[in-house]
Design a protein around this ligand. Structure first.
Ligand code: FE
Length: 348
């Protein structure tokens, strides 16, 4: 799991008679990002700063469990997670060290980071955004019948809806956002409507939902935008057939906009190399890193005004779309309430 870079660094340092400064050459990064394109980003950081990165890869849940088990002995300096509900959970469990950074505060819009602490620190920052979109069967479903989240629960879409487990963080975040927009009572009625409209019991991941729409099993499904973008960029014949059959809608363009989730980062609570950790987070909002970071997984940067060179994103959106502007921290916080609603309405 750990690479041997630290050893190499210290070896070189002693060879040249340099002091092995604990805070000078290394960060330990716990990352839930597992996109091959991030590799170049990390090596560019090391080239620019001389700070080596020791990476531990796991999924969001695995990282949170590991941090919990390690407690104050954790070697983690920086944590990257890929969902607002998980970032909120990490914050709530005291796993992050709130920081102050003019660079990060200027780069990341206030609604895409955690709520400031009493002394003005920020526990985590969104670094890229992903939309939770609707895909539909072009042969059987009219886009105007599925162009809002609310309509998915309308009886006209009975027997059509497919979605992964309600308790998956991507759905907890969407449903948490709906709770902000509609209030809890109306959101629970909406969730019940979704359950009533399901084509099948929730199963599989987002890509499985898109494929089930393409096979005709489902009329409409929810997915994170980058899963569709991946299929759009795929050269496989099977994937091409899938994207030919499905249409995509960025919901709620006439109201509050499409739900946006974030992947984000934080300095670890017990970081031994916190100055380097902050340097790394600040590097991730530089224009080059933002473009790379977002494009690599077909997401959107959090930094405004960058020109994106990603044909799949252009194809999907037709250029631009309206995204919601509610505080993503509130979205994460609603997940406990949402889980109770899911249990009450029988959303598996
Ligand atoms: Fe994902």
């Amino acid at each position: 799991m750990y690479r041997t870079l630290t050893l190499i660094t210290f070896g070189l340092a002693s060879t040249f008679g340099l002091p092995a400064l604990a805070d000078a050459q290394v960060i330990n990064l716990y990352s839930a990002r597992h996109y091959p394109t991030d590799e170049a980003l990390y090596s560019d950081f090391t080239k620019a700063t001389g700070i080596k990165i020791n990476r531990v890869d796991s999924d969001d849940a695995g990282i949170i469990a590991r941090l919990k088990a390690e407690g104050s002995a954790s070697p983690a300096d920086v944590i990257l997670l890929v969902d607002a509900a998980r970032l909120w959970k990490g914050e709530a469990e005291g796993m992050f060290k709130p920081v102050k950074s003019k660079i990060l505060e200027a780069a990341v819009p206030a609604h895409l980071r955690s709520k400031p602490t009493e002394d003005g620190g920020t526990a985590w920052f969104g670094l890229s955004t992903r939309a939770r979109v609707v895909v539909y069967d072009k042969l059987k479903v009219k886009p105007e019948d599925v162009d809002t989240y609310e309509e998915l629960a309308d009886p006209k879409n009975k027997g059509r809806v497919c979605v992964r487990s309600g308790s998956h963080p991507y759905n907890l975040s969407l449903f948490g956002a709906m709770t902000e927009h509609l209030g809890a009572a109306a959101t629970e009625i909406w969730l019940k409507g979704l359950v009533d409209n399901m084509a099948r019991t929730p199963k599989g991941g987002d890509t499985d939902q898109i494929k089930a729409v393409a096979s005709g099993e489902c009329g409409v499904a929810l997915t994170n935008s980058y899963y569709l973008a991946r299929l759009l960029r795929s050269t496989s014949t099977a994937d091409k057939a899938v994207v030919d059959r499905v249409g995509v809608v960025f919901p709620n363009q006439q109201s509050w906009g499409t739900h946006m989730n974030v992947a984000g980062g934080a300095v670890a609570r017990h970081a031994k190399n916190s100055a380097n950790a902050l340097t790394f987070l600040e590097y991730l909002v530089s224009p080059e890193a933002q473009n790379h970071f977002a494009n690599g997984n077909n997401e959107w940067p959090v930094v405004k005004g960058l020109t994106l060179d990603n044909p799949a994103l252009k194809t999907m959106t037709g250029g631009s779309f309206k995204s919601e502007l509610i505080p993503i921290s509130a979205v994460g916080m609603n997940q406990i309430k949402v889980q109770q609603m899911l249990d009450r309405v029988g959303f598996k």
